[in-house]
Structure formats: structure tokens, C-alpha cells
Design a protein around this ligand. Structure first.
Ligand SMILES: CCCCCCCCCCCCC[C@H](O)CC(=O)SCCNC(=O)CCNC(=O)[C@H](O)C(C)(C)COP(=O)(O)OP(=O)(O)OC[C@H]1O[C@@H](n2cnc3c(N)ncnc32)[C@H](O)[C@@H]1OP(=O)(O)O
Length: 259
């Protein structure tokens, strides 16, 4: 069986590589299962503070495995397929460690949806990002219709979803969908450099910051501010807070232990 996913630990960053280059890293049930297991392993590893997801070969991912989808004979099979895969997306989005998608070549369909479930995105110039499901007679089924309009102006997201036409990395960066542009061949290196900045943070503050931003967006402002205040109060009682102030006074990076 071909390896569909590789995990490498590089200092405090885990690099997950979708590894089906012959099929442009199309994501099937096997990939999703391996990704879920990899996320569980990384979550349990306190030495890992950030996650980078990238693709082998000439693409990030061309989306859900159309060969596998074509093999389905009942709507229930597709519903189960999407359900299993989108469950993994929820794991990724609620992951307590920040994630960066290193995107190149193509991020289409479920591939873009995977990148949207990451916290940050780095894309090489010339990368094409799109949700072509409409051209297949289906819809983005792993969060694309919900996450894209939360990251792009809704009218731009609607145009991408209803036309199925991709945009390039330069336009995605100008619109704020991509955090950093990289030169051709440089997405992974740029993403790892961004992840290294994230790993300098205190683990509890990183997890709480992600949660506050993600959940706060869906709350009314007054409740969200109260949520922030409570969270800040809890973090004030951590050893990491004491270490952070001590490190500042001693002009050195904080040595945070997540306690
Ligand atoms: C941690 C959490 C992660 C959890 C798992 C993530 C789940 C993701 C899945 C979500 C579930 C479904 C919901 C989703 O919204 C539905 C979809 O994604 S539908 C698929 C959408 N994608 C597409 O329509 C893109 C299809 N591909 C293309 O248009 C073109 O290949 C391309 C990308 C424009 C590139 O074109 P070319 O450069 O010409 O390359 P080829 O077309 O010749 O392709 C090369 C080779 O790859 C095979 N291939 C390409 N795309 C797919 C694919 N999606 N599935 C399977 N195989 C694919 C292609 O057949 C060629 O293979 P060969 O014929 O040479 O054997």
C-alpha cells in the first residue's frame, strides 16, 4: 500500500506530507484515517507545538479522490465518505496547536478545504486555489461553503463556489485568504519559518488564542469579550505566565512548558 501520509518532526514542528503525488495527493478515506491518527499522535506529543501540512510532488492536493467517489453506488456511501473526512477537518480546526498549510501547484476542492481548516496558509506564486465541485455537479462538502466566506469577501467566495473557477495565489494573498506568498519551491520553507514563530509561544496561550478567535467570531461582541476576559484570567495563573515575564526581564526567549 502506498504511504498516503508522512509525518516528520522538525524541532517543535510536525510536518505532515500528503503523499500520493501520482494522483496529485487526492484525499480518500485512507488519507483521512491516517490524518486523524497523525493528529491524535501529534496532540499527545508535548514536544510538538505547531503543525505544517504540505503535499508531495507538484500539488498540495487536487481534492477528494474522484476515483473513490466514482466507486460509490449509493448516496449513503458518499455521505459516509464526506462525514468521515469532514470529522477529520473538525479535529484539525479544533486542534490545540496552530497549523499552517504550505500550498503549491493546486489546492482544489477538498484540498482547499483542508487548507481552509488550517489556521494559516502559505502559497507559492502561481498556485491555483479553487472549489470546482460545481463543475462536477456536487458542492464543496468539507466546509468550503462555510469557511471560504468567513475568510474572503462573501461575494468573492460566492463567485468561486458558484463558478467553480480558481484564483491564483497572488489574488488569494491580496484578498487575505493566503497569509504569506512564497517563491516557487519555497512554500514549505516559508511555512516552517512561520511555524517556528508560532512554536515560540506558550502552548496554553496558543490553544486559548485559537479557540477565542475561532469561537468568538460566532458570538456577539459582549459575550466574546467576557469569554476573552475569563480566558485571560485563567492563563494569568499559569507557570508559563510567570516564566514569560521572567524571560522578558532577563532578555531571553521564554521556556514554556504548557503549565
Ligand atoms: C486533517 C484533516 C483532513 C481530512 C481529510 C480531508 C478531506 C477532503 C475531502 C473532502 C470530502 C469531499 C468534499 C469535497 O469538497 C469534494 C471534492 O473535493 S471533489 C474533487 C474536487 N477536485 C477536482 O475536481 C480537481 C480534479 N482534478 C483536476 O481538475 C486536474 O487534475 C488538475 C488539478 C487541474 C490538474 O490537471 P493536470 O495538471 O492536467 O493533471 P491531471 O488531470 O492529468 O491529473 C494528474 C493525475 O492525478 C489524478 N487526479 C487529479 N485530481 C484527482 C482527484 N481529485 N482524485 C483522484 N485523482 C485525481 C488524475 O486522474 C491523473 O492521474 P492519472 O490519470 O495520470 O492516473
Amino acid at each position: 500500500m502506498n504511504t498516503v501520509l508522512r509525518t516528520e518532526l522538525r524541532d517543535r514542528t510536525a510536518v505532515l506530507t500528503l503523499d500520493r503525488p501520482g494522483q496529485l495527493n487526492a484525499i480518500g478515506s485512507e488519507t483521512a484515517s491516517r490524518l486523524k491518527q497523525a493528529l491524535a499522535d501529534i496532540r499527545a506529543n508535548d514536544d510538538v507545538r505547531a503543525l505544517v501540512i504540505t503535499g508531495a510532488g507538484r500539488a498540495f492536493s487536487a481534492g477528494a479522490d474522484l476515483g473513490e467517489i466514482e466507486s460509490f453506488t449509493t448516496p449513503g456511501q458518499f455521505r459516509d465518505f464526506v462525514g468521515r473526512l469532514t470529522e477529520a477537518f473538525a479535529l484539525l480546526e479544533d486542534f490545540p496547536k496552530p497549523s499552517v498549510a504550505a500550498v503549491h501547484g493546486f489546492a482544489f476542492g477538498g484540498g482547499l478545504e483542508l487548507a481552509l481548516a488550517c489556521d494559516l496558509r502559505v502559497a507559492e506564486r502561481g498556485t491555483r486555489l479553487g472549489l470546482p465541485e460545481m463543475k462536477l455537479g456536487v458542492l464543496p462538502g468539507a466546509g468550503g461553503t462555510q469557511r471560504l466566506p468567513r475568510l474572503l469577501p462573501p461575494a468573492i467566495a460566492k463567485q468561486m463556489i458558484l463558478t467553480g473557477e480558481p484564483i491564483d495565489a497572488e489574488r488569494a494573498h491580496a484578498l487575505g485568504l493566503v497569509n504569506e506568498l512564497a517563491e516557487p519551491g519555497g512554500a514549505l520553507k516559508t511555512a516552517e519559518a512561520l511555524a517556528a514563530k508560532l512554536t515560540a509561544g506558550a502552548p496554553l496561550a496558543l490553544a486559548a488564542g485559537k479557540r477565542l478567535i475561532d469561537y468568538g467570531l460566532g458570538m456577539d461582541l459582549e459575550a466574546a469579550i467576557a469569554y476573552e476576559r475569563e480566558t485571560v484570567a485563567v492563563l494569568f495563573c499559569t507557570e508559563d505566565r510567570t516564566e514569560g515575564l521572567k524571560a522578558f526581564r532577563e532578555r531571553r526567549p521564554g521556556d514554556f512548558r504548557g503549565v
